[in-house]
Design a binder for this molecule. Sequence first.
Ligand code: NAI
Length: 794
Amino acid sequence: MSIAEKFVSMEYGPVPEDPKESLAWLDRHGRRFGLFIGGDWIAPAAGEYFDTLDPSTGETLAAIAQGGAADVDAAVTAARAAAQKWRALAPHARARYLYALARLVQKHSRLLAVLETMDNGKPIRESRDIDIPLVARHLYYHAGWAQLFDREFSGYEPCGVVGQIIPWNFPLLMLAWKIAPALAAGNTVVLKPAEFTPLTALAFAELCQEAGLPAGVVNIVTGDGSTGETLVKHPDVDKIAFTGSTEVGRAIRGATAASHKRLSLELGGKSPFIIFEDADLDSAVEGLVDGIWFNQGQVCCAGSRLLMQESIAETLIGKIRDRMSTLRVGPPLDKAIDIGAIVARVQLDRIQRMVAQGVADGATCWQPQMTLPSRGFYYPPTLLSNVHPTSIVAQQEIFGPVLAAMTFRTPREAVELANNTVYGLASCVWSESINVALQVAAQLKAGVVWVNCANLFDAACGFGGYRESGYGREGGREGMLEYMELSLFKHAPKLAASAIATPPPMEESVETSTPAIDRTVKLYIGGKQARPDSGYSMPVQAADGKLLGEAPLGNRKDVRNAVEAARKADGWGKATAHNRAQVLYYCAENLAQRRSELVQRLSEVVGEKQAAAEVELGIERIFSYAAWADKFDGAVHNPPFRNIAIAMNEAIGTVGVICPAEVPLLGFLSLVMPLLAVGNTVIAVPSERYPLITGDLYQLFDTIDLPGGAVNIVTGYASQLLKTIAEHDDVDAIWCCGDDALVASAKAMSTGNLKQVWTNEGRAIDWFDPKQGEGRWFLENATQVKNIWVPYGE
Ligand code: NAI
């Protein structure tokens, strides 16, 4: 083609990135990689290898070790051996290592970018300009946290040995998201890269050697899902951090339930991309290109559900189709390519299957005219319109360049549609009205909201999901907290079994028709006293065995009623922080007025000394959370773009609380007050040992301005009530204090809808010590951070 002809056609010619250096790197390793354990390259014990392919051609790039049980064990042992020394290093020394890694990533940035593109299929433009710079940024940022660790995280300590499992869509970036905070907090790690994309993790292992990182601090064990499973189940791992599918996340929750491993999960999404009629439509379409066609749509936070205001739908669809027609699909090493190859044949098959299913469900499929490369795994940009909100393509993650479009009429309907998903990872809102955008942003159940922008990430801004998109955050201060524990908590002794009453079988319970001996209380649901559905009650004894009274035996129906009441009390979450603070202060004031009668009653169960301390400290505890209610209030980040990111500490929602048996009043207040302070509603199961405290508590709550249903109290046996609470889809989180068996069942039973579970890990928490019994730690677990990104400037 002549230059004159090129001017007319304006067609791009091929501009391939040279893979020479990366191929030389592969050749230097003989195209065969072992495992990186204890600072050395080790052959897998079973001698097994698998191939990693270039998805743009289908050709084999290298043979990769399949790590087995012996290898995982060797890696965990190496990480454990290195843990003490690494943790004991001065923060400044750890900061220097992370800084060195950041510098090395920059020095080798082109090699890493090309390797990433070859292994994953993503356009070089993205790996070069987005993935690798963000990797470096993450390491720099966390070098900073390492430096400041002692001052900024006083009272915390690292988890210990961390097992990390990552997916294939952002191989090196996910590695950095996991390794940087873990090391900054003083942990050592065993990381398993995804089987489709192990190469950049292995290159990173070399950088660790080059940086002189002490042996065993970072270990890389390649392999498939079974390797990941072995790592998850290894008894000497203290924490698991996982990014990947919700299905595997659920399996990991189940597999770790009976252990005390800390867990963070970053799972799937079906993120809404909402465009209002007053949006700048051309910008919104560009945002959409980033939202769904970035990385072939293989992005957990992809804006895969387009929600358009009805009045602009037709115009918008036209603009989207026009823009889609200009997207260039082809070999990802070509610098002028927008959409590269799908990571693997199985993923391509999955996309094709799901799109066919969407069409069978009634959607209209549109794809621009284009010729796909004859080799490799490619899929064209795809628009599904007329999608019904219940269709598989509106509900399930496709993880491909496929957009499912729907319409709405009002902002309210937009929010309803947006939240009509089990996920809650990210969302986009496009409107020129800041009022509309922020109002909608506040109502979206998602960890990230991008206003008039899409798919922006920064190490300083936490990223992570609500609901079945997982829990925990990566990035920001909140991301650091995932890799540490409060020392006082961690070293608390095991809770003695004798501290907890054992529930007698139901048949042995006393019927309510038995005359009350001293005191009978009811349940407290929706701000009213309620009779139990079962018509049974449980005897409550004094320390000397004397029968003190009876408490209702709540059952499944009572729990359901309580959850319904809690859901309806959402006004509490919308109240201002000042208002919540005032209500709590008044609660403390009223408790103080009842001091003597409460001490007298409690004394019979826990003795006079403890009773007096519980009431005195109880008043103080409520004061503390009243004080925090209007001070635990998030941050504004300044990411390196023309944006601010508003990090809001949002209530989790409705929380089921199993209160400690051994400290009836103070234990209840220590758990319920922080949850209320930040706007959650609660269903509490009070101390099994002294459930009669409920009577005092509802008298207390009745005298303050707490909306009915903000706190509900269902007495009964924790182990029995826990099941209904854990299995209820409208309960968002569980706080459970009890012995090992109880907390394990709280975790195991919450796998269904992936509730956040916070427990005492079977430890005896000293509720009388304010350093353990109250603090930001509780508030951090009572909230989830939502980052709302807002651009500025023209
Ligand atoms: P996956 O969840 O199976 O794989 C992610 C990682 O987990 C890989 O390293 C894998 O080896 C490991 N793994 C698999 N089974 C495991 C187990 N039982 N225990 C511990 N580790 C295990 O995801 P996959 O199969 O690669 O992709 C399937 C679908 O998952 C995709 O189509 C997509 O919808 C979704 N996905 C979501 C991601 C996200 O970032 N949210 C990332 C990757 C996939």
